[in-house]
Write a protein that binds this ligand. Structure first.
Ligand SMILES: Nc1ncnc2c1ncn2[C@@H]1O[C@H](COP(=O)(O)OP(=O)(O)OP(=O)(O)O)[C@@H](O)[C@H]1O
Ligand SMILES: [Mg+2]
Length: 359
Protein backbone atom coordinates (compact mmCIF):
# COMPACT_ATOMS: atom_id res chain seq x y z
CA UNK A 1 0.00 0.00 0.00
CA UNK A 2 1.12 3.52 -0.64
CA UNK A 3 1.10 6.05 2.13
CA UNK A 4 -0.88 8.62 0.23
CA UNK A 5 -2.05 12.03 1.14
CA UNK A 6 -2.26 13.07 4.78
CA UNK A 7 -3.25 9.81 6.42
CA UNK A 8 -4.22 10.32 10.03
CA UNK A 9 -5.37 8.04 12.79
CA UNK A 10 -9.00 7.73 13.82
CA UNK A 11 -12.33 6.24 12.85
CA UNK A 12 -13.68 7.22 9.47
CA UNK A 13 -16.21 6.19 6.89
CA UNK A 14 -15.50 5.57 3.24
CA UNK A 15 -17.32 7.38 0.45
CA UNK A 16 -16.66 6.12 -3.08
CA UNK A 17 -18.03 8.55 -5.68
CA UNK A 18 -18.57 6.55 -8.87
CA UNK A 19 -20.08 7.37 -12.26
CA UNK A 20 -23.15 5.27 -11.59
CA UNK A 21 -23.54 5.54 -7.82
CA UNK A 22 -22.04 6.72 -4.55
CA UNK A 23 -21.18 3.99 -2.06
CA UNK A 24 -20.65 4.39 1.65
CA UNK A 25 -18.85 1.84 3.82
CA UNK A 26 -18.47 2.06 7.57
CA UNK A 27 -16.45 -0.59 9.41
CA UNK A 28 -15.81 -1.11 13.09
CA UNK A 29 -12.63 -2.60 14.50
CA UNK A 30 -13.46 -5.76 16.45
CA UNK A 31 -11.34 -8.48 18.07
CA UNK A 32 -11.29 -10.65 14.96
CA UNK A 33 -10.55 -7.74 12.61
CA UNK A 34 -13.39 -5.65 11.21
CA UNK A 35 -17.16 -5.74 11.21
CA UNK A 36 -19.47 -4.09 8.72
CA UNK A 37 -21.63 -1.41 10.35
CA UNK A 38 -23.08 0.36 7.30
CA UNK A 39 -23.22 -0.09 3.58
CA UNK A 40 -25.22 2.32 1.45
CA UNK A 41 -25.43 2.93 -2.27
CA UNK A 42 -27.27 5.75 -3.97
CA UNK A 43 -27.57 6.14 -7.76
CA UNK A 44 -26.41 9.22 -9.68
CA UNK A 45 -28.06 10.48 -12.84
CA UNK A 46 -26.04 10.04 -16.05
CA UNK A 47 -23.79 13.06 -16.62
CA UNK A 48 -23.29 13.81 -12.90
CA UNK A 49 -19.78 12.33 -12.98
CA UNK A 50 -17.98 12.19 -16.31
CA UNK A 51 -14.63 10.45 -16.69
CA UNK A 52 -13.99 10.71 -12.97
CA UNK A 53 -14.81 14.44 -12.80
CA UNK A 54 -17.64 15.92 -10.78
CA UNK A 55 -19.83 17.78 -13.28
CA UNK A 56 -22.93 18.29 -11.10
CA UNK A 57 -21.50 19.07 -7.66
CA UNK A 58 -24.93 19.97 -6.26
CA UNK A 59 -26.35 16.55 -7.18
CA UNK A 60 -23.37 14.77 -5.60
CA UNK A 61 -23.76 16.89 -2.49
CA UNK A 62 -27.48 16.00 -2.22
CA UNK A 63 -26.77 12.31 -2.78
CA UNK A 64 -24.17 12.18 0.01
CA UNK A 65 -26.55 14.01 2.37
CA UNK A 66 -29.30 11.49 1.57
CA UNK A 67 -26.94 8.59 2.05
CA UNK A 68 -25.89 9.85 5.50
CA UNK A 69 -29.51 10.31 6.50
CA UNK A 70 -30.56 6.90 5.24
CA UNK A 71 -27.70 5.22 7.05
CA UNK A 72 -28.14 7.42 10.15
CA UNK A 73 -24.41 8.01 10.36
CA UNK A 74 -22.80 10.68 12.41
CA UNK A 75 -19.14 10.04 11.59
CA UNK A 76 -17.37 13.17 10.36
CA UNK A 77 -14.07 11.78 9.10
CA UNK A 78 -14.12 10.60 5.50
CA UNK A 79 -11.83 8.58 3.24
CA UNK A 80 -12.50 8.99 -0.45
CA UNK A 81 -10.73 8.20 -3.71
CA UNK A 82 -10.11 9.72 -7.11
CA UNK A 83 -9.34 8.11 -10.47
CA UNK A 84 -9.15 9.05 -14.12
CA UNK A 85 -6.88 11.38 -16.04
CA UNK A 86 -5.85 13.43 -12.98
CA UNK A 87 -4.08 10.39 -11.57
CA UNK A 88 -0.75 9.33 -13.04
CA UNK A 89 0.89 6.10 -11.90
CA UNK A 90 4.25 5.23 -13.44
CA UNK A 91 7.06 2.83 -12.80
CA UNK A 92 10.34 4.72 -13.19
CA UNK A 93 14.07 4.15 -12.60
CA UNK A 94 16.14 6.59 -10.59
CA UNK A 95 19.77 6.50 -9.38
CA UNK A 96 20.14 4.71 -6.04
CA UNK A 97 19.27 6.87 -3.06
CA UNK A 98 17.84 6.41 0.40
CA UNK A 99 14.16 6.89 1.15
CA UNK A 100 14.93 10.24 2.76
CA UNK A 101 16.98 11.41 -0.20
CA UNK A 102 14.18 10.36 -2.53
CA UNK A 103 11.67 12.35 -0.54
CA UNK A 104 13.78 15.43 -1.14
CA UNK A 105 14.40 14.82 -4.82
CA UNK A 106 11.24 13.06 -6.00
CA UNK A 107 9.91 16.32 -7.39
CA UNK A 108 12.88 16.70 -9.73
CA UNK A 109 12.83 13.03 -10.77
CA UNK A 110 9.07 13.10 -11.35
CA UNK A 111 9.20 16.18 -13.53
CA UNK A 112 10.34 14.09 -16.52
CA UNK A 113 7.41 11.70 -16.29
CA UNK A 114 4.36 13.72 -15.31
CA UNK A 115 2.37 15.45 -18.04
CA UNK A 116 1.38 18.26 -15.65
CA UNK A 117 3.25 21.11 -13.98
CA UNK A 118 5.00 19.48 -11.04
CA UNK A 119 3.75 22.18 -8.65
CA UNK A 120 0.19 21.32 -9.61
CA UNK A 121 0.35 17.70 -8.38
CA UNK A 122 0.64 15.84 -5.08
CA UNK A 123 3.40 13.26 -5.34
CA UNK A 124 3.97 9.96 -3.63
CA UNK A 125 6.26 7.01 -4.32
CA UNK A 126 6.97 3.45 -3.32
CA UNK A 127 10.39 1.80 -3.80
CA UNK A 128 9.93 -1.42 -5.79
CA UNK A 129 13.51 -2.68 -5.99
CA UNK A 130 14.39 -5.04 -3.18
CA UNK A 131 17.95 -4.62 -2.00
CA UNK A 132 20.15 -4.92 1.05
CA UNK A 133 21.16 -1.83 2.95
CA UNK A 134 24.83 -2.94 2.82
CA UNK A 135 26.73 -0.44 0.71
CA UNK A 136 28.41 -2.99 -1.57
CA UNK A 137 25.05 -4.58 -2.41
CA UNK A 138 23.23 -1.44 -3.37
CA UNK A 139 22.12 -1.31 -6.99
CA UNK A 140 23.11 1.61 -9.21
CA UNK A 141 19.50 2.28 -10.02
CA UNK A 142 16.27 1.53 -8.23
CA UNK A 143 12.79 1.18 -9.58
CA UNK A 144 10.04 3.18 -7.96
CA UNK A 145 6.30 3.46 -8.38
CA UNK A 146 5.49 7.11 -8.82
CA UNK A 147 2.02 8.42 -8.09
CA UNK A 148 0.87 11.93 -8.95
CA UNK A 149 -2.60 13.34 -8.39
CA UNK A 150 -3.58 16.78 -9.60
CA UNK A 151 -4.05 19.15 -6.68
CA UNK A 152 -7.16 20.73 -8.18
CA UNK A 153 -8.77 17.30 -8.28
CA UNK A 154 -7.92 16.66 -4.63
CA UNK A 155 -9.25 20.13 -3.74
CA UNK A 156 -12.45 19.49 -5.66
CA UNK A 157 -13.11 16.42 -3.48
CA UNK A 158 -11.95 18.12 -0.28
CA UNK A 159 -14.27 21.09 -0.91
CA UNK A 160 -17.21 18.84 -1.66
CA UNK A 161 -16.95 17.10 1.71
CA UNK A 162 -16.03 20.25 3.63
CA UNK A 163 -19.21 21.92 2.38
CA UNK A 164 -21.16 19.08 3.97
CA UNK A 165 -19.42 19.66 7.29
CA UNK A 166 -17.35 16.48 6.85
CA UNK A 167 -13.60 16.04 7.20
CA UNK A 168 -11.99 14.43 4.15
CA UNK A 169 -8.85 13.08 5.84
CA UNK A 170 -7.81 10.69 3.10
CA UNK A 171 -7.96 11.22 -0.63
CA UNK A 172 -6.74 7.92 -2.05
CA UNK A 173 -6.72 6.47 -5.57
CA UNK A 174 -9.32 3.85 -6.62
CA UNK A 175 -6.80 1.19 -7.65
CA UNK A 176 -4.85 1.44 -4.38
CA UNK A 177 -8.03 1.26 -2.32
CA UNK A 178 -9.01 -1.95 -4.16
CA UNK A 179 -5.50 -3.30 -3.65
CA UNK A 180 -5.87 -2.65 0.08
CA UNK A 181 -9.23 -4.45 0.17
CA UNK A 182 -7.74 -7.36 -1.77
CA UNK A 183 -4.75 -7.68 0.54
CA UNK A 184 -6.94 -7.62 3.65
CA UNK A 185 -9.42 -10.17 2.32
CA UNK A 186 -7.21 -12.51 0.34
CA UNK A 187 -3.68 -12.07 1.72
CA UNK A 188 -0.55 -12.24 -0.40
CA UNK A 189 0.63 -15.52 -1.92
CA UNK A 190 4.34 -15.93 -2.55
CA UNK A 191 5.26 -15.33 -6.19
CA UNK A 192 1.67 -14.77 -7.28
CA UNK A 193 0.81 -12.22 -9.96
CA UNK A 194 -2.80 -11.05 -9.68
CA UNK A 195 -4.65 -8.66 -11.97
CA UNK A 196 -7.30 -6.67 -10.13
CA UNK A 197 -9.82 -5.41 -12.67
CA UNK A 198 -12.51 -2.97 -11.54
CA UNK A 199 -15.17 -2.51 -14.17
CA UNK A 200 -17.51 0.34 -13.33
CA UNK A 201 -19.99 2.27 -15.43
CA UNK A 202 -17.60 4.70 -17.06
CA UNK A 203 -14.21 3.11 -16.79
CA UNK A 204 -12.17 0.00 -16.10
CA UNK A 205 -9.09 0.17 -13.90
CA UNK A 206 -6.46 -2.54 -14.06
CA UNK A 207 -3.91 -2.98 -11.28
CA UNK A 208 -1.47 -5.89 -11.59
CA UNK A 209 0.13 -6.91 -8.33
CA UNK A 210 3.29 -8.93 -8.00
CA UNK A 211 3.34 -10.40 -4.50
CA UNK A 212 0.97 -7.66 -3.39
CA UNK A 213 2.89 -4.77 -4.93
CA UNK A 214 1.56 -2.77 -7.89
CA UNK A 215 3.70 -3.41 -10.92
CA UNK A 216 1.41 -2.23 -13.72
CA UNK A 217 -1.71 -0.09 -13.89
CA UNK A 218 -3.88 0.99 -16.76
CA UNK A 219 -7.25 2.71 -17.16
CA UNK A 220 -9.44 1.66 -20.07
CA UNK A 221 -12.36 3.86 -21.09
CA UNK A 222 -14.70 0.94 -21.36
CA UNK A 223 -17.36 0.11 -18.80
CA UNK A 224 -21.02 -0.67 -18.29
CA UNK A 225 -22.04 2.41 -20.25
CA UNK A 226 -20.55 0.86 -23.39
CA UNK A 227 -23.02 -2.02 -23.06
CA UNK A 228 -25.87 0.50 -22.73
CA UNK A 229 -24.61 2.32 -25.79
CA UNK A 230 -24.62 -0.89 -27.84
CA UNK A 231 -28.25 -1.55 -26.83
CA UNK A 232 -29.25 2.06 -27.52
CA UNK A 233 -27.72 2.00 -30.98
CA UNK A 234 -29.56 -1.18 -31.86
CA UNK A 235 -33.00 -0.01 -30.68
CA UNK A 236 -32.73 3.78 -30.64
CA UNK A 237 -33.93 4.01 -27.01
CA UNK A 238 -33.08 6.05 -23.89
CA UNK A 239 -30.09 5.37 -21.65
CA UNK A 240 -32.43 4.46 -18.80
CA UNK A 241 -34.34 1.85 -20.81
CA UNK A 242 -31.09 0.39 -22.15
CA UNK A 243 -29.85 0.11 -18.55
CA UNK A 244 -33.01 -1.72 -17.47
CA UNK A 245 -32.84 -4.11 -20.42
CA UNK A 246 -29.20 -4.80 -19.61
CA UNK A 247 -30.19 -5.70 -16.05
CA UNK A 248 -32.71 -8.26 -17.33
CA UNK A 249 -36.01 -6.39 -17.73
CA UNK A 250 -38.02 -7.06 -20.87
CA UNK A 251 -40.44 -4.89 -22.84
CA UNK A 252 -43.20 -5.92 -25.20
CA UNK A 253 -40.86 -5.49 -28.13
CA UNK A 254 -37.45 -6.36 -26.69
CA UNK A 255 -36.70 -9.60 -24.87
CA UNK A 256 -33.65 -10.74 -22.94
CA UNK A 257 -32.90 -13.07 -25.86
CA UNK A 258 -32.50 -10.02 -28.10
CA UNK A 259 -30.18 -8.35 -25.61
CA UNK A 260 -27.78 -11.21 -24.88
CA UNK A 261 -25.95 -11.14 -28.27
CA UNK A 262 -25.39 -7.39 -27.82
CA UNK A 263 -23.96 -7.98 -24.34
CA UNK A 264 -21.74 -10.75 -25.69
CA UNK A 265 -20.40 -8.48 -28.46
CA UNK A 266 -19.46 -5.82 -25.87
CA UNK A 267 -17.88 -8.48 -23.65
CA UNK A 268 -15.76 -9.64 -26.60
CA UNK A 269 -14.62 -6.07 -27.19
CA UNK A 270 -13.80 -5.71 -23.50
CA UNK A 271 -11.86 -8.99 -23.38
CA UNK A 272 -9.79 -7.82 -26.38
CA UNK A 273 -8.89 -4.63 -24.53
CA UNK A 274 -7.84 -6.61 -21.45
CA UNK A 275 -5.80 -8.98 -23.60
CA UNK A 276 -3.99 -5.99 -25.18
CA UNK A 277 -3.13 -4.61 -21.74
CA UNK A 278 -1.89 -8.02 -20.55
CA UNK A 279 0.20 -8.44 -23.71
CA UNK A 280 1.77 -5.06 -23.07
CA UNK A 281 2.38 -5.91 -19.41
CA UNK A 282 4.01 -9.21 -20.35
CA UNK A 283 6.27 -7.43 -22.84
CA UNK A 284 7.67 -5.20 -20.06
CA UNK A 285 9.42 -8.15 -18.43
CA UNK A 286 9.33 -11.87 -18.01
CA UNK A 287 5.76 -11.74 -16.74
CA UNK A 288 2.62 -13.83 -16.60
CA UNK A 289 -0.74 -13.32 -14.90
CA UNK A 290 -1.84 -16.08 -12.53
CA UNK A 291 -5.30 -14.86 -11.62
CA UNK A 292 -7.83 -12.17 -12.48
CA UNK A 293 -10.04 -10.74 -9.75
CA UNK A 294 -13.00 -8.80 -11.07
CA UNK A 295 -14.78 -6.06 -9.10
CA UNK A 296 -17.25 -3.26 -9.85
CA UNK A 297 -20.89 -3.60 -10.86
CA UNK A 298 -19.99 -4.96 -14.30
CA UNK A 299 -18.52 -8.08 -12.72
CA UNK A 300 -22.21 -9.10 -12.68
CA UNK A 301 -22.53 -9.03 -16.44
CA UNK A 302 -23.79 -12.40 -17.45
CA UNK A 303 -20.93 -14.93 -17.79
CA UNK A 304 -18.26 -12.22 -17.92
CA UNK A 305 -16.06 -14.13 -15.48
CA UNK A 306 -16.47 -17.37 -17.45
CA UNK A 307 -15.77 -15.58 -20.73
CA UNK A 308 -12.55 -14.03 -19.40
CA UNK A 309 -11.42 -17.34 -17.88
CA UNK A 310 -11.83 -19.01 -21.27
CA UNK A 311 -10.60 -16.25 -23.54
CA UNK A 312 -7.67 -14.98 -21.53
CA UNK A 313 -6.85 -18.49 -20.38
CA UNK A 314 -6.58 -17.13 -16.83
CA UNK A 315 -8.77 -18.09 -13.88
CA UNK A 316 -11.11 -15.15 -13.28
CA UNK A 317 -13.03 -14.79 -10.05
CA UNK A 318 -15.39 -12.17 -8.68
CA UNK A 319 -14.04 -10.06 -5.85
CA UNK A 320 -15.63 -10.63 -2.46
CA UNK A 321 -14.90 -7.40 -0.59
CA UNK A 322 -16.38 -8.88 2.62
CA UNK A 323 -14.54 -12.21 2.53
CA UNK A 324 -12.64 -11.47 5.74
CA UNK A 325 -15.04 -8.99 7.31
CA UNK A 326 -17.53 -10.01 10.00
CA UNK A 327 -21.16 -9.57 9.04
CA UNK A 328 -23.93 -9.59 11.59
CA UNK A 329 -26.69 -11.60 9.93
CA UNK A 330 -29.28 -9.79 12.05
CA UNK A 331 -28.37 -6.56 10.28
CA UNK A 332 -27.49 -7.82 6.79
CA UNK A 333 -29.05 -10.56 4.70
CA UNK A 334 -26.21 -12.84 3.41
CA UNK A 335 -27.70 -12.76 -0.08
CA UNK A 336 -27.61 -8.97 -0.07
CA UNK A 337 -23.99 -9.02 1.09
CA UNK A 338 -23.08 -11.38 -1.72
CA UNK A 339 -24.84 -9.07 -4.18
CA UNK A 340 -23.07 -5.89 -3.04
CA UNK A 341 -19.63 -7.43 -2.43
CA UNK A 342 -18.12 -6.54 -5.85
CA UNK A 343 -19.56 -3.00 -5.70
CA UNK A 344 -17.91 -2.43 -2.34
CA UNK A 345 -14.27 -3.04 -3.33
CA UNK A 346 -13.15 0.61 -3.34
CA UNK A 347 -15.25 1.48 -0.26
CA UNK A 348 -13.94 -1.41 1.84
CA UNK A 349 -10.35 -0.62 0.87
CA UNK A 350 -10.88 3.00 1.94
CA UNK A 351 -12.65 2.09 5.17
CA UNK A 352 -9.72 -0.16 6.11
CA UNK A 353 -7.43 2.87 5.96
CA UNK A 354 -8.93 4.00 9.24
CA UNK A 355 -5.98 3.07 11.42
CA UNK A 356 -3.59 5.15 9.40
CA UNK A 357 -1.25 2.27 8.60
CA UNK A 358 1.98 3.72 7.25
CA UNK A 359 3.66 0.80 5.57
N1 LIG B 1 -26.54 -7.24 -12.58
C1 LIG B 1 -25.84 -6.49 -13.41
N2 LIG B 1 -25.61 -6.88 -14.67
C2 LIG B 1 -24.91 -6.12 -15.53
N3 LIG B 1 -24.39 -4.92 -15.21
C3 LIG B 1 -24.58 -4.48 -13.98
C4 LIG B 1 -25.33 -5.22 -13.00
N4 LIG B 1 -25.38 -4.50 -11.86
C5 LIG B 1 -24.69 -3.36 -12.12
N5 LIG B 1 -24.23 -3.34 -13.37
C6 LIG B 1 -23.50 -2.25 -14.04
O1 LIG B 1 -22.38 -1.92 -13.26
C7 LIG B 1 -22.06 -0.52 -13.48
C8 LIG B 1 -21.93 0.16 -12.14
O2 LIG B 1 -20.84 -0.40 -11.47
P1 LIG B 1 -20.11 0.40 -10.31
O3 LIG B 1 -21.07 0.75 -9.27
O4 LIG B 1 -18.92 -0.41 -9.93
O5 LIG B 1 -19.67 1.71 -11.12
P2 LIG B 1 -19.20 3.11 -10.54
O6 LIG B 1 -18.22 2.85 -9.47
O7 LIG B 1 -20.37 3.92 -10.20
O8 LIG B 1 -18.51 3.72 -11.84
P3 LIG B 1 -16.96 4.09 -12.15
O9 LIG B 1 -16.12 3.28 -11.23
O10 LIG B 1 -16.79 3.72 -13.58
O11 LIG B 1 -16.88 5.54 -11.90
C9 LIG B 1 -23.22 0.07 -14.30
O12 LIG B 1 -22.83 0.17 -15.66
C10 LIG B 1 -24.31 -0.97 -14.12
O13 LIG B 1 -25.20 -1.03 -15.22
MG1 LIG C 1 -16.16 2.66 -9.25
Amino acid sequence: MLDLFSIKKGALMAVDIGTDSIKLVNLKAVKSGYQLLNFGMIPLAPGTIVEGSIVEAEAVNEAIKNLLELEKINVKNVATAVSGASVVIKKIKVPYMSHEELEDSIKFEAEHYIPYDIDEVNLDFHILTKYEEKEEERPEQIEILLVAVKKDKVNEYVNLFSELGLKPLIVDVDVFAIENAYEYNYGIQEGEIVALIDMGAGMTNINILEEGVTTFTRDISFGGNNYNQAIREEYNISYQLAERLKLGEETEKISTRDIIPLLMASTEEFADEIQKSFDFFKSTGDYRVDKVVLSGGCSKIIDLDKYLTKNLGIVTEIFDAFKNISIDEKSFDPEYIQYIAPFAAVGVGLALRRLGDNK
